[in-house]
Design a protein around this ligand. Structure first.
Ligand code: WTA
Length: 649
């Protein structure tokens, strides 16, 4: 890290205000009301959060103290007891929500299941008994390796019900990755399926688990859901079919109450180096953070049908498929498969067929839809949609505009939500009824969030100057530690600027106070003394009509410090040429300035991405530098992309 601030070069000036119609029906439709609540949430956080916790959650035993903060360790709602699964299910029984759809599931082959709150409760109660009969209870770790099917939600809630700590492992991970995660948290139960559908094929999940648990001494039992009917090997005494275990178990279950700080789950997230970090979230604060943010950010109404395309194996699936939404009594649409199966219009078709009102997806998906072409979208009406969301990386204004015009038909606000596995809940976000939107900006902090952009001394930088994004106050849904490695927790998050939470992201606040994320600090480039976020260069490239996706990385350069190498994938129908390279160079020069003109442009068929869709710039950097690929590549979605990139040069 040099001691310069980040030069931020974005020149986005467009602003989109919520329509009078949206505003009138919004859960928060007045800016004055937001300002008042926000001021209270940061000036008197204990009063604000204490009131919210009392109003929003069902307690078995009231808490006696809102916050016990011994930096960097927080305890929220001290002395209180509750059950998270009761807050997601039982609280809705005996109300008008009892027979409301909790989950509407569509499998990739087209099978549909609707599960009401009452039915979901039955399933979870039965599973809770099964767990207890197996001796799985409070504090035990349970690994969940399932496709996006209702059983994944049931398994998570059943863990919460008996106080077991779940760790969901994304269904795309390999046996090796499963083994590492199980061994790190010493899980004694694994819940999996025979397989899951992806692009018309069966992903053999059980076979991966079998291989993984050859090397996991702690696993005693494996529960197997039958999803695809593919042949599997069942090990006598260890493996049991979900269906068979389920038979005869009672469908009522008296849930025990657990401490506010009882661990709820561990979710492994990859650092750029070293082994994955086991982010630990606990009960009451996490539930409150996800519930409150879902209510305001998604403007949830009783008759919404909400579709979040994130897999349950990511934090977005935990917070905004399961906990935050069920706690609000919402109807959640779950889809098992790929967005282009059988054709690239699957999402739009499902939105029309199920009357989906809210869509929450990721920029990487939006860019893929753009690349596949408008015709897939234009075949469908999309009139049921009223709100769109984005999460996972900065959304480039080009993609934002496409999402707004093509999917939202200029009618739906877009909530560009910035947050992390570690924050548990959305931290920087528009509130759709009030916030004037600027394409590409996450806009304002959510309640209780004090975000600042600071220099390397931890000093706040002036507006419109880039720096590091930090959060200066503890918040209820924050991670509590890294599983088994509190030292790493303190070092990774609380030591860059002592005593404040360092996000790892670079950002800038514009003159109106809007936050713009410019990418991970590790990805910031230093070109001729200017530190520039990769996101801004990529955004400039993607605003060129031929470009589908771009990734910018630095390569050591004697003269400039770093020279700028960009990898570009083109829209369908476009052909690579030297002329186009020159055009792109000039385009970036025009959009940003000549200092950001790429030194090298490489056309590529695909970019290396993590399984959650983030571009792995670390790998591109190694390719650009001509060196070998070092470090962890287990989170890579498709290794063949890397192989072909290496060949191309
Ligand atoms: C990035 C996902 C810009 C950011 C919930 C963050 C974003 C990391 C946005 C966390 C956004 C996420 N705008 N950048 N709206 N949302 N990010 O843990 O770099 O998978 O630090 O959590 O994604 O990724 P994670």
């Amino acid at each position: 890290m040099t001691d310069q601030t980040i030069t931020s070069v974005s020149r986005e000036h467009r602003k989109f205000r919520p329509s009078a119609e949206f505003k009138a029906q919004a859960n928060l439709g007045s800016e004055a009301a937001y300002k008042k609540l926000y001021a209270e949430s940061v000036n008197s956080p204990e009063k604000f959060w204490g009131r919210q916790a009392t109003e929003q959650l069902v307690w078995r035993k009231p808490f006696t103290k809102v916050l016990d903060w011994k930096s960097p360790h927080a305890k929220w709602f001290v002395g209180g007891k509750l059950n998270v699964s009761e807050n997601c299910l039982d609280r809705h029984l005996g109300t008008y929500r009892e027979n409301k759809a909790a989950l509407i599931f569509e499998g990739e082959p087209g099978d549909v299941r609707t599960i009401t709150y009452k039915q979901l409760h039955f399933h979870v109660c039965r599973l809770a008994h099964i767990f207890e009969n197996m001796g799985v209870g409070a504090g035990d770790r349970v690994a969940i390796y399932l496709p996006m099917i209702p059983e994944a939600v049931m398994a998570m809630l059943a863990c919460a019900r008996v106080g077991a700590i779940h760790t969901v492992i994304f269904g795309g991970f390999s046996a090796e990755a499963i083994k590492d995660r199980i061994n790190d948290c010493k899980a004694k139960l694994v819940i999996t399926a025979d397989g899951g559908w992806r692009r018309g094929k069966v992903i053999e999940l059980k076979a991966n688990v079998d291989k993984a648990i050859e090397g996991t001494p702690t696993v005693q039992t494996v529960i197997v859901v039958k999803r695809c009917g593919n042949p599997v090997t069942m090990v006598e005494g260890r493996d049991v079919w979900w269906r068979e275990a389920w038979e005869g178990a009672p469908n009522t279950h008296k849930a025990k109450a657990f401490d506010s700080e009882h661990p709820l789950f561990i979710l492994y997230t990859s650092g750029s180096t070293g082994k994955p970090k086991g982010v630990l979230h606990t009960s009451a604060g996490y539930l409150l953070g996800t519930k409150l943010s879902a209510h305001y950010v998604f403007d949830l109404k009783e008759n919404d049908r909400y579709f979040c395309s994130a897999d349950i194996g990511w934090i977005t699936g935990h917070s905004y498929v399961v906990y935050g939404l069920l706690a609000n009594g919402a109807t959640i649409f779950l889809y098992e498969g790929a967005p282009n199966q059988p054709e690239a219009d699957r999402f739009w078709q499902m939105i029309d067929r199920h009357g989906i009102t809210i869509l929450y997806t990721a920029p990487t998906a939006i860019r893929a839809f753009m690349r596949w072409g408008d015709n897939y979208v234009l075949r469908h009406h999309l009139t049921s949609l009223r709100l769109l969301g984005s999460v996972g990386e900065p959304i480039n204004p080009e993609a934002w505009m496409w999402y707004y015009n093509m999917i939202g038909k200029k009618r739906c606000p877009i909530v560009d939500t910035w947050w992390q596995t570690e924050t548990g809940a959305i931290m920087i976000t528009p509130l759709p009824g009030i916030t004037p939107l600027k394409p590409g900006s996450g806009t304002w902090p959510f309640f209780g969030v004090v975000a600042k952009v600071v220099d390397e001394h931890g000093k706040e930088v002036p507006r419109n100057t880039g720096g590091k994004l930090v959060l200066t106050k503890p918040w209820p849904s924050m991670l509590r530690t890294l599983w088994g490695d509190d030292d790493r927790y303190q070092k990774a998050y609380w030591s860059e600027v002592p005593g404040v939470y360092f996000t790892g992201d670079g950002a800038r606040q514009d003159k109106d106070g809007y936050f713009w994320i410019v990418g991970r600090i590790d990805d910031v480039l230093n070109i001729s003394g200017h530190r520039i976020g990769t996101a801004e260069i990529e955004s400039a490239l993607v605003s060129h009509p031929s470009v589908a996706e771009a990734a910018a990385v630095g390569r050591p350069d004697e003269l400039k410090g770093q020279s700028l190498v960009v990898f570009v994938t083109l829209k369908s129908g476009q052909t690579p040429s030297d002329e186009l390279k020159e055009q792109l160079r000039n385009h970036v020069g025009k959009e940003i300035g000549s200092l950001a003109k790429p030194d090298h442009i490489r056309f590529a068929a695909g970019l290396p991405k993590t399984r959650s869709g983030k571009i792995m710039r670390r790998i591109l950097k190694e390719i650009a530098g001509g060196g070998a690929i070092k470090g962890d590549t287990t989170t890579l979605e498709d290794f063949s992309v890397v192989a072909s990139l290496q060949q191309e040069e």
